[in-house]
Ligand binder design. Structure first.
Ligand code: NDP
Length: 234
């Protein structure tokens, strides 16, 4: 049976691959976008997750056109890399506001209908650096580590309502976010990855879809690395 799925930041990169994977499996998929022309084949709703009012409006539109969200993938995220000495308070708070508080906003709103339905699946996209740390990414790593505590708290709070909360922690993935790296930086990263390459977005999507499937009904509060072995041991 097709479900109502929402993927934030589903207009490009990893989010688009996740949206495509659910659509290919026959689900009805809504995606958020902030500007430009969203990709075809999805219910595209304009929404900046740093704005609670836009989140509310997006959910209203999705509920009207596609039904209450049964599967939420909180994927939208940003980086603003800088060494601590040069990191401004705005560099820090804006990344937290998107990656962590933005996730809080969309999860909280999704929860309303999930509680009523007494079922739901929530998957948060963190990062290997949330647990491993990354020089120059203290803001980003803190936001991604925060998602783990957030998901695990909700797994405890809402497990009895049959709502699961899991985290996928990708390693380096070929998207716009990593295109900014130089060839030298890329080679350095790949040298540390046991599988010796970047991930393709579809490889992250496969893990997300599994966590939202019936096969994963007894998995909650888990952090699933999809990182080619980069973060092993964390
Ligand atoms: P991209 O930079 O390619 O895409 C980011 C997505 O997030 C876009 O869809 C963007 O929308 C959306 N977004 C950013 N800010 C907001 C906002 N305020 N409101 C709504 N949407 C927003 O990144 P990736 O696809 O690479 O990353 C997706 C997720 O995976 C992120 O959470 C990232 O941290 C995580 N990740 C990525 C890794 C990688 O190597 N690429 C590794 C580990 C984790 P818009 O088009 O409007 O800008």
């Amino acid at each position: 049976m097709s479900r109502s799925v929402l993927v934030t930041g589903g207009n490009r990169g990893i989010g688009l691959a996740i949206a495509q994977a659910f659509a290919d499996a026959g689900d009805n998929v809504a995606i958020t976008y902030r500007s430009g022309e969203p990709p075809a084949g999805f219910l595209a709703v304009r929404c900046d997750i740093t704005d609670a009012e836009q989140v509310e409006q997006a959910y209203k539109e999705i509920e009207e056109k596609q039904g209450p969200v049964e599967v939420l993938v909180a994927n939208a995220g940003v980086t603003k890399d800088q060494l601590l000495m040069r990191m401004s308070e705005e560099d820090f708070t804006s990344v937290l506001d998107t990656n962590l508080t933005g996730t809080f906003r969309v999860v909280k709103r999704a929860n309303r209908a999930m509680l009523r339905a007494r079922k739901g699946r929530v998957v948060l996209i963190s990062s290997v650096v949330g647990l491993l740390g990354s020089a120059g990414q203290a803001n980003y790593a803190a936001s991604k580590a925060g998602l783990v505590g957030f998901a695990r708290s909700l797994a405890r709070e809402l497990g009895s309502r049959n709502i699961t909360f899991n985290v996928v922690a990708p390693g380096f993935v070929d998207t716009d976010m990593t295109k900014v790296l130089t060839d030298e930086q890329r080679a350095g990263i790949v040298g540390q990855v046991p599988l010796g390459r970047y991930a393709q977005p579809a490889e992250i999507a496969a893990a997300v879809r599994f966590l939202a499937s019936d096969d994963a009904a007894y998995i909650t509060g888990a952090v699933i690395p999809v990182d080619g072995g980069l973060g092993m041991g964390h």
